[in-house]
Design a protein around this ligand. Structure first.
Ligand code: FEO
Length: 401
């Protein structure tokens, strides 16, 4: 039984079958859909649900925790179907269980599952008494859907945060962070944030500000471990990422059909390393899944993008990447571009136009474009590009990171 302590049970499930979360993002380490039971002296609340196909496991976990007793409430912090998919079956299994959500949540409960009866609408700061335990509801819209809210258990100083502070990676035995290898989850937190939540940094900031004066001992997200010992570290990661703050380092992303643009990427990376930059990540956009590239773009301050001209336009995987960057409103990066062509250069012009559109190009973009196999001049220009980026990142004294 997944009892965390008296009155508090983890009843969530692991998904190590789905290949792509949201049909988009690979999850080689799996993902957990976290569901929790909070048992007061009088009432029991089930907080968040699971994906539809996992209903049997959820129900077994509930029975194991509280026997044949039915939960009195289902608290819905987030309606996305990885958490709400099982609601309709839960509603049939436990017809007296009251479904609790804000007005936007209940609209979605009706729209998705046709449920309108036995619901309880809550507003910001409303409370629900379970007997010796008080749930306080805090609306945190657009983290990352309009209805998202968080639930705080006053007596335990415990925050059920929805997707916020979550990560990819199934629960591998240890549910509390103190019982597991946290380091496995940190890269998956960057990837989760940058891909799922990344567009909504301003709203994450509002949510963090909302709890600035609240003591929180436990953070229970809908994905990944419960954060207790590492809670400050995790909030710090979400805080920095949502402010688009980044570490010293450079992400180089390129497309290359026949190796010429790739050669430029390696020349640039080599010079950055000579200048003392250690955190350099090079991605071939045609081979590396977009989710890993975006994760590094959120992590590192430098962003250098290169592509060949393709059909008088931009190499398609780089075009897709530039769209994803714009969609997430990435800010405050040191950017540069490079490219290659055989008879008509389009790539650099188009990368720079995308930078300008996303306001990443302030004031100018450093660029190099080579014709066919990069000659000595192009090679030297790549070195100059790397030097300019390094100067910007490290300061003119060339201090190493
Ligand atoms: Fe985990 Fe936004 O659903």
């Amino acid at each position: 039984m997944n009892k965390i302590f008296d009155g508090f049970y983890y009843v969530g499930v692991n998904d190590r079958v789905t290949h792509k979360f949201e049909s988009l993002w690979p999850i080689p380490l799996g993902v957990s859909y976290n569901s929790y039971l909070v048992k007061g002296e009088n009432k029991i609340a089930l907080i968040d649900g699971v994906e539809l196909s996992e209903i049997d496991t959820l129900n077994e976990n509930i029975h194991e925790a509280i026997g044949k007793t039915a939960p009195d409430y289902l608290i819905i912090n987030h309606m996305e179907p990885d958490h709400s998919g099982a609601i309709k079956i839960l509603h049939n299994l436990y017809p007296d269980m009251v479904i609790v959500g804000n007005s936007k949540t209940l609209d979605m409960v009706k729209g998705y599952y046709g449920i309108t009866e036995n619901t309880l609408k809550v507003a910001d700061n409303d409370t629900l008494d379970l007997g010796g335990l008080t749930l306080t509801f805090k609306l945190t819209p657009m983290v990352h859907w309009p209805e998202t809210m968080m639930t705080y258990v006053n007596e335990w100083k415990m925050l059920f945060s929805g997707d916020a502070f979550g990560c990819f990676g199934a629960i591998n035995g240890g549910i509390l962070d103190s019982d597991t290898d946290v380091e496995m989850y940190i890269p998956e937190m960057y990837r989760y944030y940058s891909n799922i939540v990344g567009k909504y940094g301003a709203f994450v900031q509002k949510a963090i500000a909302k709890f600035a004066d609240t003591k929180i001992d436990y953070i229970c997200p809908t994905h990944g471990p419960i954060w207790h010992e590492a809670r400050e570290r995790v909030v710090g990661i979400y805080d920095r990422l949502s402010k688009y703050e980044a570490e010293t380092g450079v992400t180089i992303v390129y497309g290359s059909m026949y190796g010429h643009t790739e050669k430029m990427a390696d020349t640039i990376a080599r010079q950055l390393a000579k200048r003392g930059i250690k955190n350099i990540r090079i991605h071939n956009a045609a081979n590396t899944d977009l989710s890993y590239i975006l994760s590094d773009i959120f992590k590192y301050k430098g962003l250098i993008i290169g592509a060949p001209t393709y059909s008088n336009s931009l190499f398609p995987p780089i075009e897709a990447l530039l769209y994803a960057i714009a969609n997430r409103e990435v800010k405050n990066r040191v950017v540069a571009s490079f490219g290659n062509f055989t008879w008509g250069g389009q790539a650099v012009k188009r990368i720079n136009a995308a930078f300008e559109q996303t306001k990443l190009a302030a004031p100018d973009v450093i660029s190099v474009e080579a014709k066919m196999n990069p000659d000595e001049a192009a090679h030297n220009n790549c070195i100059a590009l790397a030097d300019a980026v390094a100067d910007n990142l490290l300061g003119q004294d060339g201090t190493s990171n």
